[in-house]
Design a protein around this ligand. Structure first.
Ligand code: NAD
Ligand code: ZN
Length: 356
C-alpha cells in the first residue's frame, strides 16, 4: 500500500506572523475556551505577554525537562476537562517538539476515552481531534508538520499516528527561535539534518521525499556551514528546513541513527536532538558523507557532542537499549533492506552502543 499522508490544513510563515494568532483563532472560537500549552521556559519572558488570551482561556505551563509522557498527557486532559466540564474550542502548543507533541496528543485525547498509551501506534485513534495549532520555538524536529505525536509510555516510546494528529494550523515565525541557546538550537537542528540523510538513504526513499530532503539538506548546509550568514536569515532558513525535512520523512522513513537514538532516550532519558547527535557521531560506516558533514558543522558552530555517555551502563541497560532499537523494524527495514535481520546483529548494536 502506498502511503497517503495528511499535512497541516493551514500554514503561515514569516517574521512577526505570531501576531496573527489572535485573528486566526477568532473564527474558531465557539461556545467554549482556548487552551494554550506553553513551554515553561517562557514564564516571565516577553513572549507570554503576546499570547492572545481572552477571558475564558486557560494558559497551562508545560515543563519539558523530560520528554512527553503518556501519563502527563492523561493528566493534562483531566486538568482541561475539569475547567468547565466542556471540551475547549482549541489547543495551541507553543514550544519545541516536546510541547508540540503534547498539544497534538492532548487534542486527540480530548476526544478519546481511556489513556493515551492505548493509542500509541498507527491508526489506533479514530475520532477527530479538537482543533489544534502548533507554534514552534525551536526548529528541527519537524513535529510541526509530522503525522505523529511521539510519547513515552509505560511500555514504549512510540507516536500516536493517524490522520487527526497533524496540526490544523501552524505558525512559523522565525523570530520565536532566535533566543534559543546555541547548543540546543544545534542539537534540534541536527535532528532535521539527520532526518534528511536518513530519508534519502533507504528502500522507502522516492522522488517526492528526496526532493524535499535535498532542499532541506541544502538549507541545513547554509545555516550551519556558512560562517557569514546572519542569525535572522539562518533562523528563517532553519524553520523551512525543519518543515521540509519533516515532510520528507513522513513520506520516506528515518533509519539507523533514529533506531539507536530511541534506545538512548528510552533508557537514559536523553532528549531526542542530543541523543541523535550522540548516536550519529558513531555511525560513519552507515552514513559516511552525512557524518563527515555533521562533524564539519560541529566545528563551524563550535558545539561539542557528549561522548562515552553509555560507559557506566550495566549490561541490562544496554540490553534494554538494544531491544528498544531492534523493535523499530520499520527503520531498520528502510535503512538496510527487508533482510535487515541478517545484515546486523544484536552484538553489533551492543558494540556500537558501548562506543557512544
Ligand atoms: P524540546 O521541545 O524537548 O526542548 C528542548 C529544550 O529547549 C527544553 O528545555 C525547552 O524548554 C527549551 N526551549 C524550547 N524553545 C526554546 C527557545 N525558543 N529558547 C530557549 N529554550 C527553548 O526540544 P526539541 O528538540 O524541539 O524537541 C524534542 C522532542 O520532539 C522530543 O520529545 C522528540 O521525541 C520529539 N520529536 C517529535 C517528532 C514528531 O514528528 N512529532 C519528531 C522528532 C522529535
Ligand atoms: Zn528525529
Amino acid at each position: 500500500m502506498i502511503k497517503n499522508i495528511k499535512n497541516n490544513d493551514k500554514l503561515v510563515f514569516g517574521s512577526g506572523s505570531f501576531n496573527q494568532l489572535d485573528d486566526i483563532l477568532k473564527s474558531k472560537r465557539n461556545q467554549s475556551f482556548m487552551v494554550f500549552l506553553v513551554d515553561d521556559i517562557f514564564k516571565n519572558k516577553p513572549l507570554c505577554e503576546r499570547i492572545p488570551l481572552q477571558q475564558e482561556d486557560k494558559l497551562i505551563w508545560v515543563n519539558v525537562d523530560l520528554e512527553p509522557k503518556t501519563e502527563k498527557v492523561d493528566k493534562l486532559k483531566e486538568e482541561i476537562m475539569a475547567i468547565t466540564g466542556k471540551e475547549p474550542d482549541g489547543v495551541i502548543g507553543i514550544g519545541g517538539g516536546s510541547v508540540m507533541d503534547y498539544a497534538k496528543a492532548v487534542s486527540v485525547m480530548l476526544n478519546h476515552p481511556g489513556s493515551s498509551s492505548q493509542y500509541q501506534g498507527l491508526n489506533l485513534a479514530y475520532n477527530p481531534p479538537v482543533y489544534h495549532v502548533g507554534v514552534p520555538t525551536l526548529s528541527g524536529t519537524g513535529a510541526e508538520v509530522s503525522m505523529t505525536a511521539v510519547l513515552t509510555g509505560p511500555e514504549k516510546k512510540l507516536g500516536i499516528k493517524y490522520d487527526g494528529t497533524p496540526f490544523n494550523q501552524v505558525i512559523l515565525d522565525p523570530e520565536l527561535i532566535t533566543e534559543a541557546p546555541v547548543d540546543q538550537r544545534f542539537y534540534t537542528g541536527m535532528d532535521c539534518y539527520i532526518h534528511n540523510v536518513e530519508a534519502l538513504q533507504g528502500i522507502t526513499s522516492n522522488p517526492f521525499s528526496n526532493a524535499l530532503a535535498n532542499q532541506s539538506l541544502k538549507l541545513c548546509h547554509e545555516v550551519f556551514l556558512d560562517k557569514k550568514i546572519s542569525r535572522t536569515k539562518a533562523d528563517a532558513k532553519l524553520m523551512v528546513a525543519s518543515y521540509l525535512g519533516g515532510m520528507s520523512l513522513s513520506y520516506s522513513e528515518v533509519g539507523v541513527c533514529h533506531a539507536f537514538s530511541y534506545g538512548l532516550s528510552y533508557v537514559m532519558g536523553l532528549h531526542h536532538g542530543i541523543a541523535n547527535c550522540i548516536a550519529f557521531n558513531q555511525l560513519q560506516e552507515f552514513y559516511p558523507e552525512g557524518v563527515s558533514g555533521f562533524k564539519e558543522m560541529l566545528k563551524v558552530q563550535k558545539v561539542t557532542v557528549p561522548e562515552k555517555v553509555t560507559a557506566r551502563l550495566s549490561d541490562s541497560d544496554i540490553n534494554r537499549m538494544i531491544e528498544t532499537s531492534w523493535a523499530l523494524s520499520h527503520m531498520w527495514n528502510h535503512a538496510l533492506g527487508k533482510d535487515w535481520e541478517h545484515k546486523i546483529s544484536k552484538d553489533k548494536l551492543a558494540e556500537i552502543y558501548r562506543r557512544m
